[in-house]
Design a protein around this ligand. Sequence first.
Ligand code: HAM
Length: 416
Amino acid sequence: MITKPPGIEDIFPDKIEKWNHVLQTAKNIFALYNFKEIIIPILEFTEVFSRGLGTSTDIVSKEMFSFQDRGQRDLTLRPEGTASVVRAFVENGEYNRLALNKFFYYGPMFRAEKPQKGRLRQFNQFGAEVFGSLDPFYDFEIISLINFISQKIKIPTYTILLNSIGCLKCRPEFIKNLSSYYKQHQQELCPDCQKRLESNPLRLLDCKNKSCQNLKKDAPKINRFICKECQVHYQTVKKYLSEQKISYKEDPCLVRGLDYYTKTTFEFITDQLGGQNAFAAGGRYDNLVEQFQGQPTPAVGFAAGLERILLLIDDQHIPQTSLDVFIIHNGDKSLEIALKILDLLRKNNFKVDLDPSHNNFKPQFKKADREKSKFALIIGEEEIKTKTFSLKNLQSGQQESVETDKIIDYLKKKEI
Ligand code: HAM
């Protein structure tokens, strides 16, 4: 048997209803917030991500699905959407330079992580990016948007973690202090963090290794180092959140695993996902557009993990769309009539099915039950003789006789 690669899932119809419910809710809320959809490629030149996310991040250094195509070009299956949206924005002349651009997107992302519950190698995100404003209102708006989606799809208890990691002006001083603290504890660091200390000391705060986590407690905190401008920005985001009664917890160690962030960072976390506690995350990234050779354009955004959200609402009942009518026949002439009425009902917007392979009623009734059909429309010898259909309500068991040419009007009146 040929199987799928590890960390990759097949999604069968029983999961799709919930999947679509979450996506549709997110799309409705994106529309309420005036975000417009952008479709970005799944495959990009590797440089989009190495330049965008930072070469020393875990994603770029060890988790990308990268390969060379036949023209020896380096390509990568996108591990996230932000860098692609920025590349598209800049490549298309910064889209609409005069306007504030609010985009949303969704689709599969690929990261070669160790698969476990809530951590896949192919997973789906929906996310949003705002280009063109430094106003802390948009940091707030993004957080408020995820909060709205989370409430609408009834994600059980979650916490919003919030931090500011400063800007290119104030962060170097913090990093200097952070490095000198960790240098004093170099022997206690995990092998990865020994390297990070040289390449990207901020990442040390992100490490999940126990001894590195212990060291984090006494590490210098960024809030002591951020400049006046970053402080005011952060205070204003917090003020907006408090005014809207969106509660959050400040976490001065929340640096996130991507290099492009400036100022605000946040995560929506829950304790119901084991090790993978974030179901949505993001922040501000005011320098990334410039890094892609665009005009200086501040930006802020988020992405949420669809599979993680589905795990969180696993026990919720989402009404399944079921069949309106299952047609039951006994072959030959009856099947001939059945096929005609099948077509007619579908053209009148009823969800209808039948099974042409059986002439006996019993297995067909079983199938109608399995499909949770609201009605069974029966075409037996008696019905052919009297030019009627027997219509059985499969919930109440009630059966009525309806003249063949009145069936559409009759079903329409039932408002099924
Ligand atoms: P991220 O934190 O890497 O951020 O991913 C966002 C969300 O994607 C996570 O909170 C999680 O729910 C989901 N996710 C990430 N990796 C996996 C995985 N291996 N399996 C299942 N779900 C996963 C970003 O991707 C940024 N682009 C967010 C952003 C947008 N920042 C600014 N704009």
